[in-house]
Write a protein that binds this ligand. Structure first.
Ligand code: SF4
Length: 197
């Protein structure tokens, strides 16, 4: 079974800043102390939603999120100083895996911000890269498709990815972070609770 502490050490050895928390409340408290008076963009994330981070960070930052009325087309989240997202899979070795449909979330993980925070519950962790990719494709993506009520086979059956050819396919690009991108400080917030998909 994959070990969150080992993942933390491996992420550090790759150059990521890492914090490990036992609860989502402790992690949210840390993020509220660390991010103040900034422009902040959010990627689509059940993890961020369930941590109440939009509400708490908005009391002392300017936060932009398409789930809270800022359309992606404005580019406000993508221009923000700080960007927050979760991930779809994390290997114990420290490979960070994301699948995207619009591309705004993975683009922001690769470029354009002073600082990136990736908030990751323990359920995203897998022993190997292949298993982390498998969970991103067969667990995270179908659950997101169900949330979005797409007419894709994964949303209808809810059991796995069918690598569909549907025009409603939400899986259109894959990004893997091996290291923090050059010029963008990246901090991984690991939480020893199940969070998001
Ligand atoms: S590729 Fe299609 S079937 Fe597979 S998870 Fe994505 S939307 Fe669902």
């Amino acid at each position: 079974m994959a070990d969150l502490k080992k993942a933390a050490e491996n992420l550090k050895s790759r150059g990521f800043n890492v914090q490990l928390f036992q609860t989502k409340e402790a992690a949210a408290d840390y993020l509220n102390k660390a991010i103040d008076g900034r422009t902040v963009g959010f990627g689509g994330s059940v993890t961020l939603r369930d941590m109440g981070l939009y509400e708490s960070l908005s009391t002392h930052n300017s936060v932009y999120w398409h789930w809270q009325g800022t359309p992606i087309s404005t580019g406000e989240a993508e221009k923000a100083q700080v960007y927050l997202s979760s991930v779809n899979g994390l290997s114990e070795d420290g490979d960070i895996i994301n699948i995207d449909g619009n591309g705004n979330r993975v683009a922001s993980m690769l470029y354009g911000h002073e600082k990136l925070y990736l908030v990751v519950g323990r359920n995203k962790l897998a022993a190997t890269y292949d298993e982390a990719l498998w969970r991103a494709r067969n667990i995270a993506a179908p659950k997101n498709a169900q949330r979005l009520q797409t007419k894709t086979p994964c949303a209808v059956k809810g059991d796995r990815c069918y690598d569909c050819k549907s025009p409603n396919r939400i899986c259109r690009g894959l990004a893997v972070l091996w290291r923090p991108m050059s010029g963008m400080e990246t901090e991984v917030i690991l939480i020893d609770e199940d969070l998001g998909y």
